[in-house]
Design a protein around this ligand. Structure first.
Ligand SMILES: Nc1ncnc2c1ncn2[C@@H]1O[C@H](COP(=O)(O)OP(=O)(O)OP(=O)(O)O)[C@@H](O)[C@H]1O
Length: 374
């Protein structure tokens, strides 16, 4: 590990319920406390905009600008990044450009939001993810894809290209255009992209599993066994070219069935992430609420460790309402684990005493109605 990546200053303009605030920081963790609706999650969301994508709320950009503000919003951060000092500014302009996210790195317009990953990685865990194991498989796919994306920025492009090709195939089938040459071409494209997606997901699970294997299993956070199901399950270890042929054949055989269903029934868009509580040998969805939370925290921490190992720098962690479901022992264990990671973590809660075990390892900030009290 070369040096700690941390935010030195964060400035927000017309971001959610903040008109204009500036938060000076140092390399310590940051604990944000305040009443419900004060703006704690909003501040974390602002930090999440220092990574590619739609941030931790997956919000539409138009919803982010402060209600009543004339223009767009801005998030500005001065940080000790992976390549040293860097200034990042992102946000939207008002009017017709309210839906375009702008990004400047050291004052120069960036070509792509992916450039952010040269400077920092941001990972988060929010209460919206609490139902991950019991909710729809689409949420687990998105979760897994986000893990993949954090180490392999090309994964996003693969997934969107696959979606586009699949929509093309669905359209051809809906219009009854069973021209084998045309359909075959689209299906070949889907096969190559779809198999690449499945292999990237599989690789991420392999890396995480190796990490979990190497960890202390007596830790406060249970280890998970992870598996993918629903797409090329038994065949996935075969060479990629064979998998592509197999998937292309599945698609060709399924044309009439898929035309009747109105969608493509087999593919990486149908796979699911299966999570089991290792020690209990039980499906995560059958575990208690607290156990599920602990499993999820364990997964996010393992992922953070993986990112730290692969990039040489610990990611910035955003842990929203993290203390809520954890008992005192687990909270203390969590603080020790994030310390051991060696990065900066932002944590929120309504009750400051939940974080007292952090002592002077953290900077405590009180949030009240869009104002910050450091
Ligand atoms: N675009 C916006 N403009 C102005 N205010 C907004 C905007 N979007 C959200 N808000 C306000 O921000 C507040 C919510 O802030 P936030 O979610 O950060 O609260 P919190 O401190 O995390 O609260 P809780 O403890 O309830 O989770 C709400 O009062 C909401 O109405």
């Amino acid at each position: 590990m070369t040096h700690r990546v941390f935010l030195r200053e964060l400035k927000l303009t017309d971001f959610r319920n903040y008109a204009r605030v500036s938060l000076p920081l140092d390399s310590r963790h940051v604990v944000l406390t305040g009443e419900n609706g004060a703006g704690k999650t909003n501040l974390m969301e602002a930090v999440s905009f220092l990574s590619p994508g739609r941030g931790l709320r997956r919000a539409a950009l138009a919803d982010v600008a402060r209600v009543g503000a004339a223009g767009g919003f801005a998030v500005f951060a001065d940080l000790e990044g992976m390549e040293g000092d860097v200034e990042i500014g992102t946000g939207t302009d008002g009017g017709d450009d309210a839906l375009v996210r702008r990004l400047r790195i050291n004052g120069t317009a960036a070509k792509s939001v992916d450039e952010l990953t040269d400077h920092l990685r941001v990972l988060w865990l929010t209460p919206a993810m609490d139902g991950l194991f019991t909710g729809p498989s689409a949420d687990r796919r998105r979760f897994l894809d986000r893990l993949v994306l954090s180490l392999d920025p090309a994964h996003g492009r693969r997934a969107s290209d696959f979606e586009r090709a699949m929509r093309g195939r669905n359209r051809l089938l809906a219009e009854g255009r069973f021209d084998p040459a045309w359909l075959g071409g689209v299906e070949r494209q889907m096969a190559s992209l779809g198999v690449a997606m499945a292999l990237a997901r599989q690789e991420m699970l392999g890396l995480l599993t190796a990490l979990v294997d190497a960890q202390d299993l007596s830790s406060a956070f249970p280890s998970a066994s992870l598996a993918l199901s629903g797409f090329l399950d038994d065949e996935i270890a075969a060479p990629a070219i064979d998998l592509e042929d197999r998937y292309a054949a599945i698609l060709a055989e399924g044309r009439y069935r898929d035309a009747a269903a109105g969608r493509t029934l087999e593919g990486p868009h149908r796979s699911d992430l299966l999570v089991r509580h290792r020690e209990k040998n039980m499906e995560a969805e059958r575990c208690s609420t607290g156990e599920q939370k602990a499993l999820l925290v364990g997964l996010v921490l393992a992922h953070a460790r993986l990112v730290a190992n692969m990039t040489g720098h610990a990611p910035i962690l955003l842990l929203d309402e993290i203390a809520a479901h954890l008992d005192e022992g687990r909270r203390a264990a969590l603080f020790d684990r994030i310390d051991a990671l060696g990065g900066q973590a932002f944590m929120t809660g309504t009750d400051k005493s939940m974080f007292s075990a952090l002592g002077d390892r953290a900077r405590f900030v009180t949030v009240s109605d869009g104002h910050l009290n450091v």
